[in-house]
Design a protein around this ligand. Structure first.
Ligand SMILES: Nc1nc2c(c(=O)[nH]1)N[C@H]1C(S)=C(S)[C@@H](COP(=O)(O)OP(=O)(O)OC[C@H]3O[C@@H](n4cnc5c(=O)[nH]c(N)nc54)[C@H](O)[C@@H]3O)O[C@H]1N2
Ligand SMILES: Nc1nc2c(c(=O)[nH]1)N[C@H]1C(S)=C(S)[C@@H](COP(=O)(O)OP(=O)(O)OC[C@H]3O[C@@H](n4cnc5c(=O)[nH]c(N)nc54)[C@H](O)[C@@H]3O)O[C@H]1N2
Ligand code: SF4
Ligand SMILES: [Mo]
Length: 680
C-alpha cells in the first residue's frame, strides 16, 4: 500500500507531525514525485481544512537546499560545522564500535539518549528507540522540558490527562485562555471560540503577561505579573465562595475537601491578590463574577504559567475552578490542560521496558543537560540526539554548549538539518521527514488518531528513526525479533491496549480504511476520576504525602538575583520551537527577534523603540531589538521565538534562562529568570 502511494502523483492525506495540539489533517499535492503544495484537509472533523502558515510552507523545509542528504563525520573543532560525507555503513559501525568500547570501559549508562517530539509519531518518537536503549541499558532521559510540571499538577486535582472534548467548546459562552498564546499555538481552539462568539455571543478572556496576537483578539485582556497566576485563581475562589457563586450539589457529589478549601481561600482577598498579581481589585471581582455567572464556561490552561518555579501548583490550582462552579457537568464547560490520556497507546508493547535488565538504571532530567554533561559522575561519555535541538531549546544554553564541546564526549545527532546541536556532533545522520514514514499520530488536544503512510520516497539517503534503531540493533548483535518488526506490526501492538477503553475499535486496519478515528470518549461526569478518592481533589492527601501543601496555594517564584526585569522568552508564531528557525521562508515571515518592554521602563532606561539592547544576567547575554509599548507590565520583558544564533548575532535566549527545576514533575522554569536590559 505504502510503496504504491510513493510511486504515484496526486493528492494524498497526511497529518501534521509537529508538537502542536491541533494535529491538523493535511492534503499533500504531489507532482513528479515531489510535494508541491501542503494544504488543510477539509474533511478533518476538527481542523476542517485550516492550517497554519508554518506548515503551509512545509515544502520549503522538506526541499530546503540545506537538508541533510547523507551521513557525516566531523572534520573541524566541535561547534564549527565542518563535516565530510561518509556511508551509512561507516556511520553505524563507528557508532556501535565506540559504544561497545564504552559499555566495556564505563558501562552502558555512560550513553545517554536525548530526544523530544520534533516528530510526534508514536513509533519514531518513542517506539523502536526505547526498545533499543532499554536493551542497551543506557541512561534514561526524563522528558521534562515541556509540560511535566503542569501534568503532575493537573493529575493531583483530576487524576490524569483528561479534559473536555474541544469540539464541545462550540457551546461555551465564556472562554478563558489562561497563559496560552492560542492564536499561535492552538489556532483551532481560537477558531472554535470565535465561532461561539459569533453564534451565541460567547466572550473571550485572555490572561497573559504579554498582549500578543491572542490578547489582541480577546474581548478582555487581563495582564498579570509572571508566576502569580495561582494567586489570581485563589482570589477568584475567594469571591465565588463569598458571593455564593459555587455549585453546592456538584461540590458535594464530585469533590473532596471543599469545606477546607472555603476556609483556606479566605486569606486570598481581592486586595491581597491584587498586590501580588498586578490585577486591579475591580477586575478581580469582575472576572470572578463573570466566571461564576456564565455557563458553560471553559478554561484553556496554557503552558506559559507552568514554565515557572511554581508551575505545577498553578495548574493544580486553576484545575479546581470548574469544580467550584460545577462546570464539568455542562456540555462545553470545564477545562483542557491536555487530553493525552484518551488516546494513550500500549507503551509496554511499543517500548518493551522488560528489555531493561537493570531496573535501577539512572534517569537524567533533560532540563539539567548542561550540568549533566559538565559534572555528572559517573560521566556521560556519549550522547545520541534525535527529534530535538538541545543546543537551542535547553535552559542554561552556555552550560549546554560547554558540555557539548567536551572532546571526550562522543555525540551523534540524527536530524533533517545540521542544527546547532548537530554542529557539535561527531557523527550526523540524515532523517526522513514524517511524510516519508509510516507512523500513527494522536493529538493531545482533540480526540482523533490518524495514520501516516509514506507519500514520498526518502529524501536522498535519509532514514527514519525506526530504521536507524533497527540498523543499530542489528549491528549491536541484538537478535530479538522485535527489533526487526515492521511499522504495521508496531502500530498493531501499540493499539492493542485492553486497559484503555477509549481505544476500543481502533486498529491498524481500521486506520488504513478510515482517515480519522475518534477515541470513544464520554463526558467525565457523572463518573469516577482516576484520583485516589475517585473525585476531584480540592484537598489532596497525596500532595500532603508528597510534601506539598494539600490545598491550592500561591507560592512565590524563587529568588533569581537582583536584575530588574522578569524575563519571559516564549515561542513565536512562525517557528515551532527551533524548527523552522533555519528555513528562509519562515525567518522572512518572522523578521527578527524583539524584546517587548513597557514604555515607563524604557523611559527610565533611556531606551527607545527599535534600539538594539543588551539583555543579560549572570548566565549569559543576548542582543535584541527593543519593542517599546504597553504590551507588557512594568518590570516584565518578553521575547518570542527560539532563534538559531550565528557568528554575527547574539539571539540565543536560553543563554539567559535558569535550569532550576520546577515544583513538580522535574519541570522547566524557562520563564522564571530575571535580566537586566541596557541600551547598546
Ligand atoms: N507557533 C508555534 N506553535 C507552537 C509552538 C511554537 O513554538 N510555535 N510550540 C509548541 C509547543 S512544544 C508547546 S508546549 C505549545 C506551547 O504553547 P502555549 O501553551 O501557548 O505556551 P507558551 O507559548 O509557552 O506560553 C503561552 C503564553 O504564556 C505567557 N506566559 C508566560 N508566563 C506567564 C505567566 O506567569 N502567567 C500567564 N498568565 N502567562 C504567562 C506567554 O506570554 C505566552 O503568551 O505550543 C506548541 N505550538
Ligand atoms: N526559552 C524557551 N525555551 C524553550 C521553550 C520556551 O517556551 N522558551 N519551550 C520548550 C518546549 S515546550 C519544548 S517542547 C522544547 C522543544 O524542543 P525540541 O523538541 O528540541 O524542539 P525543536 O526545536 O522543534 O527540535 C526538534 C528537532 O527534531 C528534528 N526532527 C523532526 N522530525 C524528526 C524525525 O523524524 N527524526 C529525527 N531524528 N529528527 C526529527 C527537527 O528537524 C528539529 O531539529 O523546547 C523548550 N524550550
Ligand atoms: S503546526 Fe499546528 S496548526 Fe500548524 S499545521 Fe501543524 S498541527 Fe496544524
Ligand atoms: Mo512543548
Amino acid at each position: 500500500m505504502a510503496s504504491f502511494i510513493e510511486e504515484r502523483d496526486g493528492v494524498f492525506r497526511a497529518v501534521c507531525p509537529l508538537d502542536c495540539p491541533d494535529q491538523c489533517g493535511l492534503l499533500l499535492h504531489k507532482e513528479n514525485g515531489k510535494i508541491i503544495k501542503v494544504e488543510g484537509d477539509p474533511e478533518h472533523p476538527v481542523t476542517k481544512g485550516h492550517i497554519c502558515n508554518k506548515v503551509r510552507n512545509m515544502t520549503e523545509r522538506i526541499y530546503d537546499e540545506n537538508r541533510l542528504k547523507y551521513p557525516l563525520k566531523r572534520m573541524g573543532p566541535k561547534g564549527e560545522g565542518k563535516f565530510e560525507q561518509i556511508s551509512w555503513e561507516e556511520a553505524i559501525q563507528t557508532i556501535t564500535t565506540r559504544w561497545r568500547v564504552l559499555i566495556e570501559s564505563d558501562g552502558p549508562e555512560s550513553i545517554l539518549p536525548y530526544s523530544f517530539y520534533g516528530n510526534m509519531g508514536r513509533l519514531n518518537a518513542e517506539g523502536m528507540d526505547r526498545r533499543f536503549f532499554h536493551r542497551l541499558g543506557a541512561s534514561r532521559l526524563d522528558q521534562t522540558i515541556c509540560s511535566a510540571a503542569g501534568s503532575v499538577g493537573y493529575k493531583y486535582t483530576m487524576g490524569g490527562s483528561i479534559g473536555i472534548d474541544p469540539e464541545d467548546t462550540i457551546h461555551s459562552k465564556l472562554f478563558i485562555f489562561w497563559g496560552i498564546n492560542a492564536a499561535s499555538t492552538n489556532m483551532h481552539q481560537v477558531a472554535l471560540a470565535q465561532k461561539a462568539r459569533k453564534q451565541n455571543g460567547a466572550k473571550i478572556i485572555v490572561i497573559d503577561v504579554h498582549k500578543n496576537q491572542t490578547g489582541r483578539l480577546a474581548d478582555w485582556f487581563i495582564p498579570i505579573l509572571p508566576g502569580t497566576d495561582s494567586a489570581l485563581a485563589l482570589g477568584i475562589m475567594h469571591i465565588l465562595f463569598a458571593e455564593n457563586l459555587v455549585n453546592h450539589n456538584f461540590l458535594q457529589e464530585y469533590t473532596i475537601g471543599y469545606a477546607e478549601l472555603r476556609e483556606h481561600v479566605i486569606q486570598y482577598d481581592p486586595s491581597t491578590v491584587s498586590a501580588i498579581t498586578g490585577v486591579p481589585v475591580d477586575d478581580i471581582y469582575k472576572l470572578a463574577r463573570m466566571y461564576g455567572e456564565t455557563s458553560p464556561s471553559f478554561i484553556r490552561i496554557g503552558n506559559g504559567p507552568q514554565h515557572h518555579d511554581n508551575g505545577g501548583m498553578f495548574v493544580r490550582t486553576v484545575a479546581c475552578l470548574p469544580a467550584l462552579t460545577g462546570q464539568w457537568l455542562v456540555k462545553g464547560g470545564g477545562a483542557i490542560k491536555g487530553n493525552s490520556a484518551y488516546l494513550a497507546s500500549n507503551t509496554a508493547h511499543l517500548q518493551r521496558p522488560e528489555l531493561l535488565q537493570n531496573k535501577q538504571t539512572r534517569v537524567i532530567n533533560m532540563n539539567l543537560l548542561g550540568d549533566t554533561l559538565l559534572s555528572l559522575d559517573p560521566p556521560v561519555k556519549s550522547l545520541f540526539v534525535y527529534g530535538a535541538n538541545p543546543a537551542v531549546v535547553a535552559p542554561e544554553a552556555n552550560k549546554v554548549r560547554k558540555g557539548l564541546e567536551r572532546e571526550d564526549l562522543f555525540t551523534v545527532v540524527h536530524d533533517l538539518f545540521l542544527t546547532e546541536t548537530a554542529k557539535y556532533a561527531d557523527i550526523v545522520l540524515p532523517a526522513t521527514s514524517s511524510f516519508e514514514n509510516t507512523d500513527i499520530y494522536t493529538s493531545y488536544w482533540h480526540h482523533y488518531i490518524q495514520l501516516q503512510q509514506p507519500v514520498i520516497k526518502p529524501f536522498a539517503e535519509s532514514k527514519s528513526n525506526v530504521e536507524v534503531f533497527r540498523l543499530l540493533a542489528k549491528e549491536m548483535g541484538y537478535t530479538e525479533a522485535l527489533f526487526q518488526e515492521t511499522e504495521a506490526d508496531m502500530i498493531a501492538q501499540a493499539l492493542d491496549h485492553p486497559s484503555n477503553p477509549y481505544l476500543e475499535g481502533i486498529h491498524y486496519e481500521s486506520l488504513v480504511e478510515q482517515p480519522f478515528l475518534k477515541a470513544r470518549v464520554k463526558p467525565i461526569f457523572p463518573g469516577t476520576l482516576p484520583t485516589a478518592s475517585g473525585k476531584i481533589e480540592l484537598f489532596s492527601q497525596k500532595m500532603k504525602a508528597d510534601g506539598y501543601p494539600p490545598l491550592p496555594t500561591y507560592v512565590p517564584l524563587k529568588n533569581d538575583g537582583d536584575h530588574p526585569y522578569q524575563f519571559v522568552p516564549a515561542p513565536n508564531h512562525n517557528f515551532l520551537n527551533s524548527t523552522f528557525s533555519n528555513n528562509h521562508k519562515h525567518i522572512t515571515l518572522e523578521k527578527e527577534p524583539k524584546v517587548f518592554m513597557n514604555h515607563q521602563d524604557a523611559l527610565k532606561a533611556g531606551i527607545e523603540d527599535g534600539n538594539l539592547v543588551r539583555v543579560w544576567n549572570d548566565r549569559g547575554e543576548c542582543v535584541l531589538k527593543a519593542a517599546v509599548g504597553d504590551t507588557v507590565l512594568q518590570g516584565v520583558v518578553v521575547t518570542q521565538g527560539l532563534w538559531a544564533d550565528s557568528a554575527d548575532s547574539k539571539q540565543l535566549v536560553n543563554a539567559l534562562t535558569p535550569d532550576r527545576i520546577a515544583d513538580m514533575g522535574g519541570g522547566a522554569t524557562f520563564f522564571s529568570g530575571r535580566v537586566s536590559v541596557s541600551k547598546i
